[in-house]
Design a protein around this ligand. Structure first.
Ligand code: ADE
Length: 237
């Protein structure tokens, strides 16, 4: 997977993606991150990429020209027609399903906004998906792009050390993950649940599913209702 990131802060992207599991995935050639500086493509002789908004109002807007020319430069590097994901608080909420779907692509272009946003005309021209990572406003799209890169990368076979490790994830089966324990058996007087020491794998699986259900019911009733509805639909088929 090649992630082309259109940004005013390429170092932020390269630093963020160049650690830990993503770093290893890059070394293994499973992903690559190409951070392209939008400022390098501005026609403005002072290197400006923003201007006042028509109609007035506070703040500056990223102009269409440098964003579009950055996009054209990326398209010239590839014979693919990648999806263009614009990170913005106006987008649909990014989900585990989106991460799975995006992971099937060969290349993705991520567009990071700044200031008060980007001229609507270039968004209409190039963007295929507008996504938000939550109902809050960040100072720019870079942290959101890193969230998407991380969530998508771990869905790519071979990125996680053990291919099974994405399977028990929260959301994989529509439920939150069950509680987990490591050594020692007793810590500050708290014992590991007895069933996990029993060696009875069927019983352990049953316990874990029950814990997942309970957690989801208590912490995310919205998700739990969806899980019940999906289960219902499956049973009716
Ligand atoms: N840019 C600013 N805020 C954002 C958000 N919540 N999600 C995605 N991109 C953003």
């Amino acid at each position: 997977m090649i992630f082309h990131v259109m940004t005013l802060f390429p170092e932020m992207i390269l630093q963020g993606a160049g650690q830990s599991i993503l770093k290893r995935a890059m070394e293994k050639g499973l992903i690559s991150v190409d951070a392209v500086n939008i400022r390098d493509y501005t026609d403005n002789k002072h290197g400006r990429v923003d201007d006042y908004t028509y109609g007035g109002g506070a703040g500056m807007l990223m102009q269409a020209q440098p964003v579009y020319d950055t996009y054209r430069a990326i398209r010239e590097k590839t014979d693919k027609d990648p999806k263009v994901i614009y990170l913005s608080p106006q987008g649909r909420l990014f989900s585990h399903k989106d991460a799975q779907k995006f992971a099937l692509e060969d290349e993705l272009i991520l567009l990071c906004g700044h200031y008060e946003g980007i001229d609507e005309r270039v968004i209409e021209e190039i963007v295929t998906d507008e996504v938000s990572i939550g109902d809050y406003v960040l100072t720019g799209g870079e942290l959101a792009a890193l969230v998407v890169i991380d969530a998508v990368s771990r869905m790519i076979p071979g990125v996680l050390g053990n291919d099974d490790s994405a399977k028990g994830d929260s959301f994989q089966n529509g439920l939150l993950e069950y509680p987990q324990y490591s050594r020692p058996e007793v810590w500050r007087g708290k014992r590991v649940p007895e069933i996990l020491l029993s060696g009875d794998h069927a019983k352990v699986d049953e316990w874990r599913l029950e814990q997942s259900r309970l957690r989801t019911m208590q912490r995310r009733p919205d998700l739990y209702q969806k899980y019940l509805d999906d289960e219902d639909a499956c049973n009716r088929q």
